[in-house]
Design a protein around this ligand. Sequence first.
Ligand code: E4P
Length: 248
Amino acid sequence: MKIFIDSADLKEIEKYLSWGICDGVTTNPTICLKCGVTGGTKGIKKRTIKIAKMIHPRPVSAEVTSDKVEEIISQAKEYSSWAENIAIKVTITDRQGNSLLPAIYKLVSQRVQINVTAMTTFNQAILAAKAIKAGQEKNPDRRLPDFISIFAGRISEEHGTEQAMRVLKNTREWLDFYRFQGIEIIVGSVRSRENVELWARSGAHILTIPPQVISQCLLAARTKETVAQFLGDAQKGLKMIGKLKRHV
Ligand code: E4P
């Protein structure tokens, strides 16, 4: 299972790269805004290129800022020209609920790496997978996976964490049963360490985790106390060796 960092904060990304736990990065317009990315497309371009260089060859997802099919297609082509490891996030529908699958199908068929985002149901996930697969079949030599992002945290807020687990599990089972290859499930909107613990066992290929939740995952009630005990006893042991040597 891969871990993506759900952030556009360069220092945080650098930190988790140095820990050896960063397999990729996901951003969206909300994340960019929170991480101080300003200046519209220029700002997004600058930050995305920096992240892409920093994590290469791992992928960074950048989201288009339109929900109109033609604009999405032209933006996605522009974004994907910024670096070879940029996957383009496109929401499953527009703000009125109209399908954005035509853009997704067309972009995948033109070799743009896609991350279909903002999904909360099994039905949405399988439609996205079908459109991606149809696009991929137009390029059988294509190597990179495309992504389907299921927003488990948002499912939980409406229906509980177990429902989110069911959607993730069912989607993975369906992909495997029908032998869909080259499509990876990303668990999005992870909010807590309990979410990580549950959804890391869902069969999803990737968990995208915000930095503050990774920090929570590192710590447990007795870890610091245990480390302090070992270090204290190590010091005592060293002092005893010193005394013994003086007696010889
Ligand atoms: C990841 O790719 C998503 O953009 C992110 O996890 C969304 O989470 P949210 O529900 O906090 O917006």
